[in-house]
Design a binder for this molecule. Structure first.
Ligand code: GTQ
Length: 357
C-alpha cells in the first residue's frame, strides 16, 4: 500500500467543532465521540441500590388517602422512584414500581392498557381485583397478574385499607412506543366467571383437555401466598440449598413452563435462619420484597437491613448477598424474561464473582 494515500487526505483535527456543526446540519454525528458510552464493557446503569422502608412509605400513602380518592386519581399510587433516575417513574431502568392504596368502599375504575402489571399484596384482606371478567380476592403475599390489554378494576369491599405493590413494564413499553390505554364506560366491569375459576381450571396441575396453549401470559392470575409458602415449606425438608439463592422458585405459566408474565419474571425464595448467600449478580435489575423474616442484603457497596414489606432494588450487574436473621421469604421481580428471549441475560455466581474483580 502506498503510505501517502492514507496520510495525504486532509484531517479536520484542528476544527472538530466546525466539522461536527457541518454534519449536525445533516442530522449526522460522529460515533467516535460516543462509542465508549454506547458500547460499555459492562452494564453502566443509572439505577441505584435503594430500600424503601414500608412503615414510612405507608404513612405518606395513607396521607394521600385523605387528599384524593381512588376514583379521582384513577389509581392512587405513590411511585417508587429509583434515586438514580428521579422523575422518570422507574424503579429499575426497564420497570416501574408503585404502592397502591384502595380504601374501604373505594373503586379504582376499570381500564386497560398494553402494559402488563403485577400486584404483590402488602396489606389488607379480602378486597378484590377483577381481571378480564373474573374477580379474585387479594391476601397478603398473593401475586396477581393483569395481562396486557385486560380490563381491570380494583374494588375494596372489605373494612380495611388494601395496599399492594404494583410492578409494571411501563418504561419498557415506553421505550418501544407501544402504549395503548382506554377507560371502561363504567367503574366496574361485568363479572362473567365464578370466583376461583382460573385457579381451578389452570392452577391445579390440570388443564382443560382442549386448552389451546401458547399464550405468553399465564391464565392463572392469582398465585396465592398460602400455596407458595406451603411448597417452600415442603421443599425445605430436603432442600439442596443453592449457595446464591437459598431455595428459590419461579412463578410459572402452565401453558409453556415459561415465566408467568411475558415481560416480568417473578420469584419467591426462602432463606432459612442464619443462611448467608454467596455473592451473585445478573443483568436483570431486581426488586425484592421480604414477606416474612428479617435480614440484611448487600448490594454493591450498600447494605440494607430489611423486614417484612420493605422494598429494595438491586441494579443490573450489582453483586447481591443476603443474610437471614430469621426464616425469611423474599418475593422478587425483574425483566429477566425479556433479556432471556433476546439472548442478553447473563449471571455470575459466588466465588467466581469474587475473583473477577
Ligand atoms: O392498577 O392499573 O401503579 O394502570 C400504574 C398504572 C397501577 C393499575 C399503577 C396502572 C395501574
Amino acid at each position: 500500500m502506498n503510505k501517502d494515500t492514507t496520510t495525504e487526505a486532509p484531517r479536520p483535527t484542528d476544527n472538530w467543532a466546525g466539522y461536527y456543526e457541518k454534519i449536525g446540519k445533516q442530522h449526522l454525528a460522529p460515533l467516535w465521540e460516543v462509542m465508549s458510552e454506547l458500547v460499555t464493557p459492562q452494564p453502566a446503569s443509572a439505577c441505584r441500590p435503594h430500600l424503601w422502608r414500608y412503615a414510612l412509605a405507608r404513612e405518606v400513602l395513607m396521607e394521600a388517602g385523605g387528599l384524593i380518592t381512588a376514583k379521582e386519581a384513577e389509581r392512587r399510587v405513590l411511585i417508587l422512584e429509583n434515586p438514580g433516575m428521579p422523575g422518570q417513574s422507574r424503579i429499575t431502568t426497564s420497570l416501574y414500581g408503585g404502592l397502591q392504596l384502595v380504601l374501604p368502599g373505594e373503586v379504582a375504575p376499570a381500564h386497560r392498557h398494553s402494559q402488563s402489571a403485577l400486584r404483590f399484596v402488602m396489606e389488607g384482606s379480602g378486597a378484590h381485583t377483577t381481571v378480564g371478567g373474573e374477580k379474585t380476592l387479594m391476601e397478603v403475599g398473593d401475586f396477581v397478574i393483569t395481562p396486557p390489554l385486560a380490563w381491570h378494576d380494583h374494588v375494596n369491599d372489605s373494612d380495611q385499607p388494601m395496599i399492594w405493590l404494583d410492578g409494571l413494564d411501563i418504561p419498557l413499553v415506553q421505550f418501544l412506543d407501544a402504549s395503548f390505554a382506554e377507560r371502561f364506560d363504567s367503574d366496574a366491569q361485568p363479572v362473567s366467571r365464578p370466583l376461583g375459576d382460573s385457579q381451578a381450571r389452570y392452577g391445579a396441575n390440570l388443564l382443560p383437555v382442549d386448552h389451546a396453549s401458547g399464550s405468553v401470559v399465564s391464565p392463572i392470575f392469582n398465585y396465592p401466598y398460602a400455596r407458595t409458602r406451603e411448597a417452600l415449606e415442603a421443599l425445605r425438608r430436603d432442600a439442596a440449598w443453592d449457595p446464591c439463592h437459598g431455595l428459590k422458585m419461579r412463578y410459572v405459566n402452565p401453558n409453556d413452563g415459561g415465566f408467568a408474565m411475558p415481560t416480568i419474571g417473578t420469584f419467591m425464595q426462602l432463606l432459612p435462619r442464619g443462611f448467608e448467600t454467596a455473592a451473585y449478580r445478573a443483568t436483570d435489575a431486581t426488586v425484592f420484597v421480604p414477606v416474612e423474616g428479617h435480614g440484611r442484603t448487600q448490594i454493591g457497596d450498600a447494605i440494607f437491613a430489611w423486614g417484612p414489606q420493605d422494598i429494595f432494588v438491586a441494579p443490573s450487574w450489582a453483586r447481591i448477598s443476603h443474610s437471614a436473621e430469621e426464616d425469611s421469604t423474599l418475593f422478587s421481580f425483574s425483566d429477566r424474561p425479556v433479556q432471556q428471549k433476546l439472548g442478553l441475560w447473563r449471571e455470575e455466581r459466588g466465588d467466581t464473582a469474587q475473583r473477577t474483580t
